[in-house]
Design a protein around this ligand. Structure first.
Ligand SMILES: NC(=O)c1ccc[n+]([C@@H]2O[C@H](COP(=O)([O-])OP(=O)(O)OC[C@H]3O[C@@H](n4cnc5c(N)ncnc54)[C@H](OP(=O)(O)O)[C@@H]3O)[C@@H](O)[C@H]2O)c1
Length: 256
């Protein structure tokens, strides 16, 4: 069997009705995984699950609505995932929030709190909900979709950057505490990717020009270009990768 096979793996991905999460779900399903499709909108999750199931030719994608801002919904997501798939081999914390673009001086503290709540607190809680069963079976992979925003300061995405840097530390802490239980925890840090979330950046010609100036490949990324790293980290190929941040940005950080 291929090192990258995901046969019989159960993968829970938040924010997987579209964008990077959807691509990870679809590509993981193509590698043999059963996947939970989750977002705030059940109809969007159902449509994505159907699209994946139609492509694979069997039921491997299952929709469960969950707003990551809500603790009870996170608990329900984990319970329902275990009911549906039997276990969680990989947790992928992908959904995130950005409430504000501009100077930190103009950002309200409520907007700041919302970003911290969804991007840090909810991810930590979701990890905590999934870890006990992973520890019990002494196997599990946790992936948080961070960003190169975790590495470089920004004059207009300050709170988001802080939250993405914290995500890098959440996985390092899990790696440190639970590595001996065969739990691997890593983050993936994409550069600018063509999704709705980042439309405000890539649709703005001035911002796009500035981004491309520092990108040696002179193009932004595609969601499928993030999925491969997630497959690796969920599969046997990633069994000894722990506490890392995999940057996928066309080389921007490397040359910047
Ligand atoms: N695109 C980029 O350039 C880029 C770069 C670096 C990192 N990232 C990170 O990549 C991840 C995915 O972003 P994306 O670009 O793929 O975004 P996207 O295309 O907008 O997709 C976001 C997904 O998350 C769901 N979602 C949003 N808020 C949610 C909430 N409160 N609870 C549950 N689900 C929620 C959305 O569905 P609903 O709206 O229906 O809930 C959707 O399924 C994020 O962590 C983002 O920070 C993106």
């Amino acid at each position: 069997m291929s090192l990258f096979s995901l046969k019989d793996k159960s993968i829970l991905i938040t924010g997987s009705s579209k964008g990077i999460g959807k691509s990870i779900a679809h590509q993981s399903a193509l590698m043999g995984a059963n996947v939970i499709i989750s977002s705030r909108k059940l109809d969007a999750c159902e449509a994505t699950a159907k699209e994946i199931n139609d492509d694979i030719g069997e039921e491997v994608a299952f929709p469960i609505a969950c707003n990551i801002a809500d603790d009870d919904q996170l608990k329900n997501l984990v319970d329902k995932t275990i009911d549906t798939l039997g276990s969680i081999d990989t947790l992928i914390c992908n959904a995130a929030t950005n409430t504000f673009m501009g100077s930190m001086l103009d950002m309200s503290i409520e907007q700041f709190d919302k970003v911290m709540h969804n991007n840090i607190r909810s991810n930590q809680l979701l990890c905590n909900l999934c870890l006990p069963s992973m520890i019990e079976k002494e196997d599990g992979s946790i992936i948080i979709i961070s960003s190169i925003a975790a590495i470089k300061g920004s004059p207009m995405l300050g709170a988001y950057n802080i939250s993405k840097a914290a995500d890098v530390m959440i996985v390092k802490n899990i790696a440190a505490e639970f590595g001996h239980k065969n739990i691997r925890a890593n983050s993936i840090a994409p550069g600018l990717i063509k999704t709705d979330f980042a439309k405000g950046l890539w649709e703005n010609p001035d911002i796009l020009k500035a981004v491309l100036q520092t990108n040696p490949m002179k193009r932004i990324g595609d969601p499928d270009e993030i999925a491969g790293a997630a497959i690796m980290l969920s599969s046997k190929a990633g069994n000894y990768i722990n506490g890392q941040t995999i940057v996928i940005d066309g080389g921007t950080i490397a040359v910047g």
